[in-house]
Design a protein around this ligand. Structure first.
Ligand code: ADP
Length: 997
């Protein structure tokens, strides 16, 4: 076997790399031979010995080096265990199905395992047994005791693979766990504590967010670090999912949308536009009739701008002459010299729609229709010039200027909101179609993933688009939500010390994997030579003709009892094919990607004689299609793609579903000029020429090798575009990512530290000097201001004589205050219960971080939206975003610290302690006549949070004696003794902060 592989491995970089690994394959097999004579226990003992040895190495780098050395032997142990399981023929259950073990690792699988261990992507075709491949590096890396994760695409596969491969791990003495959607935190923690853990990307990601953004103590966190992860279907997770981040959200406090208000008007506007476009299309038809192709083309181009899916337009695009005229008009308008004309053309419509970028734009006419009295209501004011004008006006006093500016700003904000709402509604009506991008279910709009066709309940389009679609469909408009915690899947996986991936299709995206994730791809040869026949695409003028041809091909295979797998790009298309098959009375299964378990079963049966299975692209992924009896003689499974996908990778995946492990199989794609891919990105001009040359008849098809090339060119163009979009999303997210890391690290330090007081003191050390500088470093040092701040924040009872700020430098004053504050704080704490005070200290910081971080996330969302408006002012939104995000972050950190200071003396573990503390304060601070002020012998009454007030005596400049009305901020709300403690410790209140109360 090795020789067969070696023969194939020459030349390319990939082959050289694999060739270098080949000697290890030989060594693994030699070890495997030797191990045959060992007893089960002796084999198993190796696991414990390695674990023991590795646990003594504390440096992770050093551990990795050691793993490298034991790799051949460890892989051989796994292979040998697999051999024993196979010989034994014990039966076990996997997802409630009885099973026996029937696999021993092939040589190519050993190669794949090595690639994964190196932290790379192993591209292995479908059916090559990636599930088994992963056992090798998972076993090896789990020996470190730091956890190895396998990431699957759905819960069902996580459970199936954990139970199935678990046979091998438990045989060898390792523990294996599996994360499932409905598990409670305790169960999750146990799963993560296992040597190897299986789970889906979103479960891993959400656990990370909950652990780091919400859990308030170590005991409440479930994960235990990010050491090694293998991502199955890595392309789907790192590339397709790259657009939607994981978000934990709660309802927003305010909602500003006006979708209901605008909906009737927008409906009218869309209707008017449809009428206008239909009229223009009729005029165009007449013009074409009269031989005026130029006018016809121009008119239809306009229709295309205003209603890209206009029926007459689509029909005309089938006619080569008209098509050419329209393309010509379009091309000519996009030259620089005709910009003005293009603008005019757009102004003849009510709005324009850009299908490619999903944007809608109102024209002057459209604006007037929506708001006849004030068409400017939809134009953002030029704030910068307005501000400059205000600044230059010498007649205005400064306060007037500020007032005017803030009025303009408010106006601008409300216009922006309005424009945003309208643009969203137009997109909802003109670009988003029911049953394509979304479905309506139980009075809810549910997004359909464009790649998988899966419904994604719970996910929402952002920026109010979801609400616009809800308004359009007349379902309940859900409140805007506020992000509590968010991360992209990509950034979650970047946390791992070592990351690897496997998939059947990575090669076309190798550059992206390398650039963004530093992941290199190695293509592993198949165990047996591939016998699949990939036919040339068949290209038709219209979708109708294309689908008829698809049905004919299915009929042929079905008559011959050859199984067929039909791949579609959308739910809509799969339903169309299903209806057509019903008419032909051909029994079939439709996979809409709803129930993973049933899905897997249907896919499993897809290779039986005469079966017809219709599936959206990734439905039932991860399930292998085995051929039924006699099917191989009929040519194996036949795969039919009803459309080329935007990404070549997805097409390759579909093709790869047949001809596994050397089986026979065939694949073919059907394409029509009306497909979105061809309309938007096809070399339109060239296609038109082709159609002319061949003078296509109804139902006639084109088929040629170089036509495949032009389809591929279109795909490459889209891939490139989508890559740039993803990169951009990531660039924006990187900013958030850095901030998140800083905040989460701080948060975890606070949770973990044995000495939270040190954290508190650090805050004092940093925040106090900044405040002092703020007051004293201006042109005029503001001593009274500083005094005021100190006295409302801390119970220091300073007055002019005692403070003597004037006699010290800025730094000395800071030092002076820091000492005083720390001293007072120590005294306060002395009155409290020692363990409770630790929880309280943690709570004070965590509370400040969480509250302000969530506010910050909200502001960052707004900023992200806002910078795009600035894009109009010729500025790069990303740079603007980075600069402002940085400033906002600096402010956030300062605010958190100030909030900590503010709450330091306003929180207590119990009221008696607080009372004691107050009693210990100098008598002059406590005056009976200060409203609500406690006296030494009157009990403190807990009150609602209030602003700290300072009553000043004497001349009012802070010189006289000061008394504090120190409000008790009940950071700890009234809780029952048996309820969980609000400090987040997880204990009951009576056993925690409430113990001495
Ligand atoms: P992939 O994920 O690569 O498409 P799977 O892990 O689903 O492939 O495995 C495909 C099929 O191949 C499974 O039914 C599995 O039992 C079988 N298989 C994998 N490796 C071996 C092996 N070494 N020997 C025998 N059968 C194997």
């Amino acid at each position: 076997m090795v020789n067969w592989i070696l023969k194939k491995l020459f030349g390319s970089k990939n082959q050289r790399e694999l060739r270098r690994m080949a000697p290890n394959v030989r060594r693994i097999n030699e070890f495997d031979e030797q191990f045959k004579s060992l007893s089960d226990n002796a084999l198993r003992a190796k696991t414990a010995a390695w674990k023991e040895e590795l646990s003594k190495i504390s440096d992770p780098e050093e551990q990795l080096r050691r793993l490298e050395q034991i790799l051949p032997e460890a892989f051989a142990v796994v292979k040998n265990a697999a051999r024993r399981l196979k010989e034994r023929q014990d039966s076990f259950t996997v997802c409630d199905q009885p099973m026996t073990w029937d696999m021993v690792h092939f040589d190519v699988q050993l190669l794949g395992g090595m690639v994964l261990h190196r932290g790379r992507i192993a591209e292995m075709a479908t059916g090559e047994g990636k599930t088994l491949v992963a056992t090798l590096p998972l076993y090896l890396n789990a020996l470190t005791g730091r956890g190895a994760h396998l990431v699957t695409v759905n819960d069902y596969l996580a459970r199936r693979d954990a139970e199935w491969m678990g046979q091998l791990y438990t045989f060898l003495g390792l523990t294996v766990g599996c994360i499932q959607h409905d598990q409670e935190p305790d169960v999750r923690r146990q799963q993560y504590a296992c040597d190897i853990t299986y789970g889906t990307n979103s479960e891993f990601g959400f656990d990370y967010l909950r652990d780091n953004g919400m859990a308030t103590s170590r005991e409440l966190q479930v994960q235990r670090g990010y050491h090694f992860a293998i991502v199955d279907e890595v392309d789907s997770i790192l590339i397709d999912e790259a657009r939607t981040p994981l978000i934990i959200s709660g309802p927003a406090t305010i909602s500003t949308h006006q979708y209901d208000k605008w909906k009737p008007l927008i409906e009218q506007l869309v209707r008017k536009q449809t009428m206008l476009c239909n009229r223009m299309a009729s005029e165009a038809a007449e013009a074409f009739e009269k031989g005026d192709a130029e006018l016809g083309g121009r008119l239809m181009f306009k229709v295309k701008l205003g209603q890209p899916r206009n029926k007459q337009l689509l029909r005309m695009m089938e006619d080569p002459d008209k098509r050419r005229a329209i393309d010509k008009a379009e091309l000519s308008f996009y030259t620089d010299t005709r910009k003005e004309e293009l603008f005019q053309l757009k102004e003849e419509l009510f709005f324009t729609i850009d299908e490619k970028s999903n944007e809608a734009d109102l024209s002057e006419q459209g604006r007037t229709f929506l708001n006849p009295d004030d068409p400017n209501a939809f134009v953002l004011p030029d704030l910068i010039s307005e501000f400059t004008e205000i600044d230059l006006d010498t007649t205005l006093p400064d306060e007037e200027k500020d007032k005017k500016k803030s009025e303009r700003q408010e106006l601008c904000d409300s216009q922006a909101e309005r424009i945003h709402n309208i643009s969203n509604l137009l997109r909802a009506y003109c670009v988003f179609d029911k049953d394509v991008q979304y479905v309506v279910e139980d009075n809810k709009v549910v997004i359909v993933d464009e790649f998988t066709g899966r419904k994604m309940p719970g996910r929402r389009w952002s920026d109010g688009l979801h609400q616009a679609v809800e308004a359009k469909e007349g379902v309940q408009i859900d409140r805007e939500t506020q992000t509590l915690a968010t991360i992209t899947i990509q950034n979650y996986f970047r946390l791992y010390q070592k990351l690897a991936g496997m998939t059947g299709t990575a090669e076309t995206e190798a550059a992206e994997f390398h650039d963004i994730y530093k992941l290199d791809v190695n293509v592993i040869p198949t165990n047996r030579p591939v016998a699949r026949k990939d036919a040339n695409d068949r290209i038709y003028k219209t979708r109708r003709e294309k689908y008829n041809a698809v049905i004919n091909e299915i009929k042929e295979h079905h008559a011959n009892q050859q199984p067929v797998l039909v791949g579609t790009v959308s739910v809509e298309a799969s339903e169309l094919v299903s209806r057509m098959l019903k008419r032909e009375k051909i029994p079939h299964n439709v996979l809409n990607a709803k129930f993973h378990m049933q899905e897997a079963e249907i896919v499993q049966r897809a290779g039986q004689p005469g079966t017809v299975t219709i599936s959206t692209n990734m439905a039932g992924r991860g399930t292998d299609i085995k051929l039924g009896a006699g099917v191989a003689d009929k040519g194996g499974l036949s795969v039919i793609g009803t459309e080329r996908h935007e990404a070549r990778r997805i097409d390759r995946q579909l093709r790869g579903r047949c001809a596994r492990q050397g089986d026979p199989g065939a694949s073919r794609f059907y394409v029509s000029f009306e497909d979105d891919l061809m309309r938007n990105f096809g070399a339109a001009d060239r296609m038109t020429k082709i159609m002319e040359r061949f003078g296509l008849e109804e139902g006639q098809e084109l088929e040629h090798r170089w036509l495949n090339k032009s389809v591929e060119t279109a795909q490459k163009r889209v891939e490139q575009r989508n890559y740039l979009i993803r990169k951009r999303t990531l660039d924006f997210d990187d900013v958030m990512n850095m901030q998140r890391e800083v905040v989460y690290t701080w948060r975890n330090d606070v949770i973990d530290t044995e000495d939270p007081r040190a954290e508190i003191f650090e805050v004092i050390d940093e925040a106090v000097p900044n405040k002092v500088k703020e007051y004293l470093e201006g042109e005029e040092p503001n001593y009274a201001g500083l005094m005021n701040w100190v006295n409302v924040t801390f119970p220091l009872g300073l007055n002019k004589e005692r403070a003597q700020f004037e006699t010290r430098s800025v730094e000395e004053n800071a030092k002076f205050l820091i000492e005083k504050i720390k001293d007072a704080y120590q005294r306060k704490s002395n009155h409290e219960e020692p363990t409770a005070v630790k929880s309280l200290e943690r709570y004070i910081i965590l509370n400040a971080i969480d509250r302000l971080w969530q506010e910050h996330l909200y502001a960052m969302d707004a900023l992200r939206e806002g910078v795009y408006l600035r894009g109009y002012a010729q500025k790069d939104p990303l740079i603007e975003y980075k600069t402002e995000a940085y400033d906002m972050f600096v402010e956030l950190m300062a605010n958190i610290k100030n909030e900590v200071l503010h709450n330091l003396f306003r929180s207590t573990t119990n009221l008696r302690a607080f009372e004691d503390f107050l009693g210990s304060l100098p008598q002059f601070l406590l005056r009976e006549d200060a409203p609500g002020a406690p006296t030494a012998n009157a009990p403190v009454r807990a009150r609602q949070p209030a602003m700290a007030g300072v009553a000043m005596d004497g001349d009012g400049d802070g010189a006289g004696e000061v008394s504090i009305d120190l409000p008790v901020r009940r950071s700890l709300p009234k809780v029952g003794r048996n309820e969980p403690c609000p400090c987040g410790s997880g204990k009951k209140y009576k056993n925690c902060c409430g113990r001495t109360a």
